[in-house]
Structure formats: structure tokens, C-alpha cells
Design a binder for this molecule. Structure first.
Ligand code: AMP
Length: 599
């Protein structure tokens, strides 16, 4: 095997331009879908693999799940797909049914602007009937486990005579699961001229042998990454479930003594959503992504520098080269998929000889990414715990004290009030501390100053409930008292829609509130949402052009209504943080300064 060891080195700061998806040679429809999904730049494995596959060369890619390898092979296949061909032209072999389904979903998502592309998952345990009728109708891409693919070949129900692209996904896993013989048979029985891409996290001898025997002059792609992280930056991680992330971030914001902060998310779409949530909790936060015009970006960065703004929610691209001394913290709200991005992200803090802090949120599925980061940076990350109610309260009390101290320093303003208060004390015969406490009540508004122990219990319970819901299917949420009716929207599992996106879109654009949502049932190509029965014409005209996952939802009353029970991905939405401090009260406003580290 000729192996060209291709290592991808990304531009460190803005000096070198970053490769974009548009530079890789993908078709316009595929680029459009990538834009809809919100990926900003290709990951390292994508940057190296996509042009090579588009050139027609075979590829051996050393890459793990979580590096973006699915798009690395799916995007070039979809860019070159011949929709008029009835017999399958691409076959992806996956070790497990779960991975096969996941890969199918990705293909569907990346094909959202290619009308009429059919992708079929084929795995053991599923009835043959569904697979056979789909195969008869014609499919372009088949994603399956080797065993079931072999069964179809043996039965003569899968015609691979016109196959152009074959992908072996997680090849080492397939071998571990005993599929070596099946994989070799499939490789041998498919047309010689097909293109093969083999992905594997490791390169055992058996995979080298298979690749030598069945691949033709493959380019071997391993991604080398920059691995130096700054010594004066502490690196921690927090295990969180996805729905806990916003609450976790809010608690961190309360207890960490931060000056300026960058919060990194994975997609452009998420930057604005998260910045908005932080603003709703009273923080001065703004979003920047590659989509934001340069002039606006510079203005926002200027505000961060001057202290007008404390938190920047950003994607990798937007924060490239950002050099602001004030950034004391970097939070990876979404852990980066490349170790190199990690190094680059945390390089935004600990600048100019100051110390910095990096905190990465890791969901249980992302443990492997954490391992990869630790390996590449040769530095273990320290696990941190979600700040407790007590910790949050200690900081709130300190801030409260600080606010009093700093108000007392404003002697002229204090003098002006002293007589008024003195007059009150004298005429009402009330102790001065009571008057001060009453003023604190006025300043604080409705929001309690301190969290209660129930808040701790509630967060744990929310987390348990979410887990249960994910395992169980539809959530039985407390219903609105209004008469409800089912509505159909044209976006479903294939578009990877999440109930939260549906709620977010309809709430924002249609002006609905949380109580207006009943059950949400996500099916393959559409979803059924329970909403008030008496939605106005005005509502329908407001949401007429609403898009979710890049698809116009085209909402209509539904005849059938939600299913009673389903193992599909139904569920609830993020109820948001109800315990976070509302910072409208004047103590909290003044606190912004008090929260900054005191030197
Ligand atoms: P994979 O390794 O294919 O399982 O992908 C891991 C995760 O990264 C998935 O959630 C993808 O949606 C996401 N992803 C893939 N490519 C990119 C990209 N270029 N930028 C941001 N996220 C990506």
C-alpha cells in the first residue's frame, strides 16, 4: 500500500485563511445542506478526506467516532450521486444497527436539498418485508450491518452490480464483532471499479491486510494535531447530560470569578440561541459566528475588550485569532470534535501572562472525545463537580455584601438618602436594620436572593426525568387547560429534529408559550404537535415560512393525532433555568462589576 501520510495542520490564528466547506469541491446542494446544519468549517478529517474522495481515490482514514467522519464520506458520495440509477450505488457497512441508523440519518440530513434521494438502513432483527419493498422501489444508498447485507446478497435481493462507493465504517469494530469474513466477501463480490473508503480508530494487521488486498492505492489519512496547551491555563471538565448544560453554565457563571469569557458551541445556529438564554438570565452576552459580518464582529470584540460585554458565545471560526487579555475563562459548552480545535479554543485564555481557566462540558456519549483530548495534549483534565446550591449561595452573599460596600463608597448619594431614612426611622419607630432589610426586599424584587435546597433536588430530578424520558419515549407533560388539537409539521426524525427546536420555532415565531404545547410525536418524515385547538389565522400566517432543521414546517391540522406510545425520539423541551438569578434587581445590576475579579 502506498501511504501518503497526510497531516492536516490548521491555521493557528487568523494569519492563514481557514479552509471552508466551499473550498472542498462539494456540490451546491450538499453545501447548502451543510450550511443548514450549521457546521462552520470542515473538521480535520473532513478537510483531508473530502477532496481525496472527490478525486476518486480510495481512502484509509484513521478516525474515531466524534471526529466528523460520517460527513467525511457521506458528503462526497452525495455530491456525486446519480439519482437516475435505480440499483444501489453506495453501500456503507457499519458494525451495529445503532451506528447504521445514525449514519442513515446523517445521509438524509446532508441530502435535504437533493430531492428524491433514498437511503435505506438494513440490519438484522428488522423484518425483511420493509427492506425488500424499499429495495424493489429503488434506493441510492444502503447502510447496513455486514451480516444482513450478506443475507440479502445470498437471497439475490440486493443488487450490488452497479455499486460505485463502498464505505467500511469502524472497520476495527466490525472485525471485533466477527464480521471479517462477511466484509471480505462483500469486498470481493462488488464491482472492481468501485471506490472504497475504510475508516478505523486503530490499524490492526488484519485491517492493513484487507486494505492492501481490496483497496487500490489508497491515500492513508491520519490527522495530526497541534498539542501544546498553555501551562498557565487550568483545564477542567464537567460531566453533564445535554439538557443540563444551560443550568450548569449558569451555576458556573455564578461561582467562577470570571472577567471575560468565551463560550464555544458547535454550530452557528446555537450561538445566538445560547447568547439569548444568557441575556434572559441577566448576563451581558453576545453571539459571534462566521455568519456575522466582519464589522459587527469587530464591534462585538471591541465591546468585550472594553468590558461592555462579558460573555461571547462563539464558534471556532468566529473566535479564531481572537486576542483579548481579559478572557479569564473559556467554556466548551460543546466539546470540540478535533483536538486541534480544543488547543486553539483554550489558547484564547491565559494570554499576556495571565492565568486562565478552561472548562469543557462532556456528555456521556462524548467520553471518548475527552480521552482523545487528554491523549493529544498529554495532560489529564481535572473533573469538576456542578457547583452546589451552597456554593452558589456563598457567592451570592459575597456579592450582596460587596454591593453594599460599593454603594457606601458613593458618599454624595448616600448623604442624600441619609436624612430620608433617618426621618422614616424616627417617625415609624422601626430599627434601622429592618429598614435596610425592607430596602433590600425592594431592590431584590420577586426573585429570592438565595437558592433553596429544593433547587438542588430539582436539578437532579430534572436530570433523572430527562434520562427516563429518553428511555421511555413520549413525555406525559402536564397539559394546558385549553382544548388541544394535533397539528402536523413536515419535519421529522430524518431531519434530526429535536422537540426543543419545534417548541423554540413555534414559540418564537408564532408567539406561543410553554403551556401551549402538548405532546410532541416525532416520526420519520413529519411530526405531530399538540397545540391549542383555536389557533388563529394570524398564527398560521406568522409561522408560514418557519423553518426547522432547514425545512419549511408547513404546519396543518392533523387528522390522526399523536400515537399513544412509541419508542421514537419524542419528548420534551428544555424548560430553561428557573432557579438562575434574575439579575433585573438593582443589587444584581451593580454586581456585574462586583463579580469581576478584584486585583
Ligand atoms: P461523527 O464523527 O460523524 O459521529 O460526528 C460527530 C459529531 O460532530 C456529530 O454530532 C456531527 O453532527 C458533528 N459534526 C460533524 N462535522 C462537523 C463540523 N464540520 N463542524 C461541527 N460539527 C460537526
Amino acid at each position: 500500500m502506498t501511504s501518503t501520510d497526510s497531516s492536516v495542520s490548521r491555521a493557528e490564528d487568523s494569519a492563514q485563511p481557514q479552509t471552508t466547506f466551499a473550498d472542498l469541491g462539494l456540490s451546491d446542494a450538499v453545501l447548502k445542506a451543510v450550511r443548514d446544519v450549521g457546521y462552520e468549517t470542515p473538521s480535520a478529517i473532513q478537510e483531508a478526506t473530502i477532496p481525496t474522495l472527490l478525486e476518486g481515490r480510495d481512502v484509509v482514514g484513521l478516525a474515531q467516532t466524534g471526529t466528523g467522519k460520517t460527513a467525511a464520506f457521506a458528503l462526497p458520495i452525495l455530491s456525486r450521486l446519480d439519482k437516475s440509477q435505480k440499483a444501489p450505488q453506495a453501500l456503507v457497512l457499519s458494525p451495529t444497527r445503532e451506528l447504521a441508523l445514525q449514519v442513515c440519518e446523517s445521509f438524509e440530513q446532508y441530502a435535504s436539498h437533493l430531492a428524491g434521494v433514498h437511503v435505506l438502513p438494513v440490519y438484522g432483527g428488522q423484518a425483511y418485508g420493509v427492506q425488500l419493498s424499499a429495495l424493489r422501489r429503488g434506493v441510492h444508498v444502503v447502510v447496513g450491518t455486514p451480516g444482513r447485507i450478506m443475507d440479502h446478497i445470498a437471497k439475490g435481493t440486493l443488487d450490488l452490480s452497479e455499486l460505485k462507493y463502498l464505505v467500511l465504517d469502524e472497520a476495527d469494530e466490525m472485525l471485533k464483532m466477527g464480521f471479517a469474513e462477511d466484509v471480505e466477501t462483500i469486498l470481493a463480490e462488488t464491482p472492481d471499479e468501485k471506490q472504497v473508503a475504510l475508516f478505523s480508530a486503530t490499524m490492526p494487521a488484519q485491517i492493513r491486510r484487507i486494505s492492501k488486498k481490496y483497496l487500490s492505492d489508497p491515500e492513508e489519512i491520519t490527522v495530526k494535531s497541534k498539542t501544546t496547551t498553555s501551562a498557565n491555563t487550568t483545564q477542567r471538565y464537567l460531566m453533564v447530560s445535554y439538557p443540563q448544560k444551560v443550568d450548569a453554565l449558569t451555576r458556573i457563571l455564578e461561582v467562577e470569578n470570571f472577567d471575560g469569557m468565551i463560550v464555544f458551541v458547535r454550530t452557528k445556529n446555537e450561538t445566538e440561541t445560547l447568547a439569548e438564554k444568557l441575556r434572559a438570565r441577566g448576563y451581558s452576552a453576545a453571539a459571534i459566528s462566521g455568519d456575522v459580518a466582519q464589522a459587527q464582529r469587530e464591534r462585538t470584540v471591541g465591546q468585550l475588550k472594553s468590558g461592555k460585554l462579558d460573555i461571547l458565545v462563539a464558534t471556532d471560526v468566529a473566535a479564531r485569532g481572537l486576542d483579548v487579555d481579559r478572557i479569564s475563562h473559556v467554556v466548551n459548552f460543546d466539546i470540540p470534535i478535533d483536538t486541534e480545535s480544543y488547543v486553539h479554543r483554550i489558547g484564547r485564555t491565559g494570554r499576556a501572562g495571565r492565568s486562565g481557566s478552561a472548562i469543557s462540558f462532556v456528555t456521556p456519549r462524548e467520553r471518548r472525545l475527552l480521552g482523545a483530548i487528554e491523549k493529544a495534549t498529554r495532560q489529564p483534565l481535572e473533573q469538576m463537580q456542578l457547583p452546589s446550591v451552597d456554593e452558589v449561595n456563598v457567592t451570592r452573599l459575597t456579592r450582596f455584601d460587596d454591593a453594599i460596600t460599593s454603594a457606601l463608597e458613593q458618599t454624595t448619594r448616600i448623604d442624600a438618602f441619609r436624612d430620608i431614612i433617618g426621618h422614616y426611622v424616627k417617625h415609624h419607630d422601626v430599627p434601622e436594620t429592618d429598614v435596610a432589610a425592607a430596602l433590600a426586599v425592594v431592590a431584590q424584587g420577586e426573585t429570592p436572593l438565595l437558592l433553596s435546597p429544593q433547587d438542588e433536588v430539582k436539578l437532579a430530578r430534572d436530570d433523572r426525568k430527562t434520562k427516563q424520558r429518553n428511555a421511555d419515549g413520549p413525555e406525559r407533560r402536564k397539559r394546558s387547560s385549553k382544548p388541544m388539537a394535533p397539528y402536523r409539521i413536515e419535519v421529522g426524525r430524518r431531519q434530526r429534529v429535536d422537540p426543543r427546536q419545534i417548541v423554540g420555532a413555534l414559540a418564537n415565531e408564532g408567539g406561543l408559550s410553554r403551556e401551549d404545547f402538548g405532546a410532541i410525536d416525532i416520526r420519520l418524515d413529519f411530526s405531530v404537535v399538540e397545540l391549542p385547538a383555536d389557533l388563529s389565522h394570524d398564527f398560521f400566517s406568522r409561522v408560514a415560512s418557519t423553518r426547522v432543521s432547514g425545512v419549511q414546517i408547513d404546519i396543518k391540522p392533523d387528522k390522526f393525532g399523536p400515537r399513544k406510545r412509541d419508542s421514537g425520539r419524542s419528548g420534551s423541551f428544555d424548560r430553561g433555568n428557573k432557579r438562575g438569578p434574575k439579575r433585573e434587581g438593582s443589587w444584581n445590576k451593580d454586581d456585574r462589576k462586583a463579580r469581576k475579579p478584584r486585583h
